[in-house]
Design a protein around this ligand. Sequence first.
Ligand SMILES: [Mg+2]
Length: 108
Amino acid sequence: MADEFLTLRAANELRMQEWPGAEKVTPAFQGNELAGEVGEACNVIKKLERSRLGIAGSKDTIEHLAEELADVVICVDLIASTYGIDLWSAVKSKFNGTSHKIGATVFL
Ligand SMILES: [Mg+2]
């Protein structure tokens, strides 16, 4: 899994070199971008729940939710890149800390 994080980071950084205007991106922009993507994922979840609960309104798909969750992960990695954070190390440390705190036996 750590290799996939490294692959994402390398591709994210390379693509940003090709993205027109990316040199103007600030951490504030990235934070708002992440909030937007989280909102898009939440909106899909709302529509999935609407269908599940039998509430009238527009519907959505699990495939669309997967796309929006992918956007969230991509944005998170870009923010981690901006701040020089090793995202896999951070995830591992946080996951294991929580496992320890709640007495779970599952660690990364
Ligand atoms: Mg999106």
